[in-house]
Design a protein. Structure first.
Lengths: 551, 283
């Protein structure tokens, strides 16, 4: 036995409701040496999380390991009983979940949860465990390492919680740590701190790691080797530099291509006289009781003005909590503004959607981030898409059916999908249906609220291509809200940067590339690059970070 | 391995999978429903006829379930009793669930003062003990089938309302509700087409559960002499009027009790084992 982990010909199967057996993992083999960090990348459904979990001998409900060997530290996890496996979990192998916020128990302090592993496995007395935890907090560069353990999970930020989850995993001195997309839910500015902390702790302790992600740029910063998975099979394995510079497999190339900055095609009518489609002036909106001056107590959007021109796109970018989604809801009238004017297509709009006319509602559509909750799970796709057709256009059954086919063609979905329910579609398919429903209204403006952030890189870039194509054909305008700069740059003519409810800067990517405002600079510099040396070489102005970063 | 066994114990039919317990339970319910519908045509004796010389007679040929405290045929009385027990309960629970669920969904979708008023009013209703409420109503307006149905319905509306509102409030926060609102849809569409399909399964389960409660409450009221008046008798009334037969182990008191038990337990089992539509993602 030379390697810490040796997986040989791993097979995992699942049984569907109808009793059909589906093979999820079809003979995966991989090795991890001591102290080596391996990245498992692939699109959603490629089996990367399933493989990672199987290293702990765990198969999710409904799945089971049917063949192969999983040798971790000389023990075959697949052959052990559940009780024996439990002995190694937390001490030999540890796990850092995707959403630390959901993984912490809200009703006990952080310290208690971090040292729980040492109590369960009787590794060390609680006093010593607390000291060790504080050391880890310091190593993970958490603020106030002495005092943070006494807080409850809701009292720290998402980035901090993710690092605390890592501390929880590391306290039992594991030989292998599994990171399951630990930074996917974080802002770019926070992601950097978390990645840096992970990297330094892993290197210092010589701990091997498995890093599951779909973000190649993030993986490039932390992994020594990359394993590319698709459809439950290993497509390609290689060192990080090999994969990044000389990928052989078409899927890997596709992944890489999704990162290449796509030159935006110049708008055909860029020179032509542009007409204003939407203008909002000094809009303020927020939550909580209304004060004497007519403004709400907590203002999420603070006198923001913007203009969207016909056939052109505006990107709104900023970290979570900056008010960009509230701005979208204000424009759509879901959350009525407290002050300010919204002018759409030359007419003043009511602030609340229910007072707007049907034509106004039809011409401005909003597409939400999570297609899972934006599509009614109880209805087949054709009902979902045909409702706006019946409601706005009063089409009869036959016309509707024909139009649904056209719309499905437009968003590149097979027509047979119309009989399925949303739960039977993949994330990318759902987002396309979500978009097709907005198109069914024949709108002039579509507000896209983080529509690609729940999708993986390849699927997201396909959705962006689709949006561009539809814009060319239908002359739509988009307001594109995102925290992902590369996505916004790929599609928008203008980019507005928001910070704490205010508009800090507007950038035109075609003309000026460099941002001027300090926050924009920080944001733009925080987007990971494919270069593996990027994170180590990144020097950020400490003043900027202390002013705008949330540590 | 466990998964495979669970999967094989369910059979499939017409694209639905079901299991044996559910089938047996639905057969019992179907049998009682048929009895309720056709009772007047299948009873061997009229329910008022005294056919036995003895009272609390044992089971024997001709009198399959023995005779009651007056010597009347027990089989005929149980079969006719099914009619009242199932009929009254079904009517009451339908009214209660329909009004409760519709009000609950409206309250969840509309919110604001309508929600507050409705919730507080129905909470107040809920705080009245059900038997006491039945007692007062029957004492005030007398006992008849329509009065019983309305009383039972009123007693169970608050529960159905609370249940449906709690479910609908969750659905109401979903993005597809926002999408429908921004589209300009009215309340009728919102509750009928967006919310109802998502809560229909738990609502149906609640319907069955509430049906059991109504059967038991109706039997309880009849047992106290507040339900159906003689010579009509539902199962609860049959238990009460024959309670004197307990020391003799008379079938007259056991059979209606078993009838109540078989119906309520079957409904419960059916709810727990409803057929499931098979939707296979991979295909």
């Amino acid at each position: 036995m030379t390697n810490l982990v040796e997986v040989r010909n791993l097979r995992i199967e699942a049984t569907t409701d109808a009793g059909r057996v589906v093979e999820i993992i079809k003979g995966v083999s991989l090795d991890i040496a001591d102290g080596e960090i391996i990245a498992l990348i692939g699109e959603s459904g490629s089996g990367k999380t399933t493989v990672a979990l199987s290293l702990m001998g765990h198969a999710r409900p409904g799945c089971r390991i049917t063949g192969g060997e999983i040798n971790v530290n000389g023990k075959n996890m697949a052959a052990l009983s559940e009780k024996e496996r439990a002995k190694f979990r937390g001490t030999d192998i540890a796990y850092v979940p995707q959403s630390a916020a959901a993984a912490f128990n809200p009703s006990s302090t952080i310290m208690e949860q971090v040292i729980e592993v040492t109590r369960i496995h009787k590794l060390m007395p609680p006093e010593q465990a607390r000291k060790r935890a504080v050391e880890l907090f310091r190593a993970l560069s958490l603020p106030d390492p002495e005092g943070i353990g006494a807080r409850y999970p809701h009292q720290v930020s998402g980035g901090q919680l993710q690092r605390l989850a890592a501390a929880m995993a590391l306290i039992g001195d594991p030989k292998l740590v599994i990171f399951d997309e630990p930074t996917t839910a974080l802002d770019v500015t926070t992601q950097i701190d978390v990645l840096k902390a992970f990297k330094s702790v892993m290197k210092a302790g010589g701990i091997a790691g498995v890093y599951v992600s779909h973000d190649l740029a993030v993986v490039a910063q932390i992994a020594d080797r990359i394993v590319v998975l698709k459809g439950g099979e290993v497509q390609e394995t290689g060192t990080t530099t090999e994969i990044l510079s000389a990928a052989k497999h078409p899927y890997t190339r596709e992944l890489l291509a999704a990162f290449e900055p796509k030159p935006r095609q110049a708008q055909a009518d860029a020179e032509a006289e542009t007409k204003e489609l939407l203008r909002i002036d000094n809009v303020t909106a927020g939550y909580g009781p209304v004060r004497d001056n007519g403004l709400p107590l907590i203002r999420a959007v603070e006198s923001v003005s913007l203009v969207v021109e016909k056939g052109r796109n505006l990107g709104v970018i900023g970290e979570s909590g900056c008010g960009k989604s509230t701005l979208a809801r204000v424009i759509a009238g879901i959350h009525p503004a407290a002050a300010g004017d919204i002018v759409f297509d030359g007419k003043q709009l009511e602030r609340a959607a229910r007072k707007r006319s049907q034509v106004q509602l039809r011409e401005m559509q909003i597409v939400f981030q999570y297609a899972d909750t934006a599509l009614n799970p109880a209805k087949p796709i054709e009902d979902i898409i045909s409702r706006p057709l019946a409601f706005y256009h009063r089409l009869d059954r036959q016309q509707r059916s024909k139009r649904v086919d056209e719309l499905l063609d437009m968003v590149h979905l097979p027509r047979a999908l119309r009989y399925r329910h949303p739960s039977e579609l993949s994330g990318g398919q759902k987002q396309r249906v979500n978009f097709a429903r907005a198109l069914a209204a024949s709108p002039k403006l579509i507000i896209c609220d983080e529509i690609t952030s729940a999708l993986d890189t390849v699927v997201a870039s396909a959705v962006i291509e689709l949006l561009k194509e539809l814009q060319r054909e239908l002359g739509l305008s988009y307001i594109f809200i995102s925290h992902d700069l590369s996505v916004v740059e790929a599609i928008c003519d203008e980019i507005m940067v928001m910070y704490k409810g205010e508009r800090v800067e507007q950038i035109t990517p075609d003309k000026v590339k460099a941002p001027n405002h300090p926050y924009s600079k920080l944001l733009f510099s925080s987007v990971p690059k494919l270069d593996p040396a990027w994170l180590d070489g990144l020097v950020r102005d400490p003043e900027l970070v202390s002013q705008y970063g949330h540590r | 391995m466990t998964m495979a066994r669970v999967a094989s114990s369910r059979r499939s039919f017409l694209g639905h999978s079901y299991n044996l317990v559910g089938v047996v339970a639905s057969l019992v319910i179907l049998a009682w429903t048929l009895v309720a519908i056709f009772a007047p045509y299948i009873i061997p004796h009229s329910i008022g006829d005294i056919v036995d010389d003895d009272y609390f007679g044992p089971m024997r040929q001709g009198l399959w379930l023995g005779s009651d405290y007056l010597g009347r045929d027990m089989l005929s009385r149980v079969l006719m009793g099914a009619r009242y027990t199932v009929g009254i309960s079904l009517a009451a629970v339908s009214i209660a669930c329909f009004s409760g669920v519709v009000l609950g969904m409206i309250a969840a979708v509309t919110g604001g003062w309508l929600d507050t008023c409705l919730s507080r009013f129905l909470d107040a209703m809920n705080s009245i003990p059900s038997k006491l409420f039945g007692l007062v109503v029957v004492a005030a307006v007398g006992s008849s089938i329509p009065v019983l149905i309305v009383t039972l319905a009123v007693i169970y509306i608050p529960g159905a309302y609370r249940f449906a509102r709690a479910l609908a409030v969750n659905i109401n926060t979903m993005d597809f509700m926002t999408v429908a609102r921004v589209r300009g849809e009215n309340t009728v569409y919102l509750i009928g087409s967006e919310i109802l399909p998502n809560i229909i399964r738990p609502v149906l389960a609640d319907f069955g559960l509430r049906f059991v409660f109504v059967v038991l409450l109706l039997s309880g009221l009849s047992f106290l002499g507040l339900g159906l008046q003689p010579p009509l008798a539902d199962w609860g009334a049959l238990v009460r009027e024959n309670i004197g037969g307990l020391p003799f182990a008379a079938p007259a008191v056991i059979v209606p009790s078993l009838a109540i038990a078989s119906l309520t337990i079957s409904v419960n089992l059916l709810i727990d084992n409803l057929p499931q539509k098979i939707r296979d993602r991979g295909v």
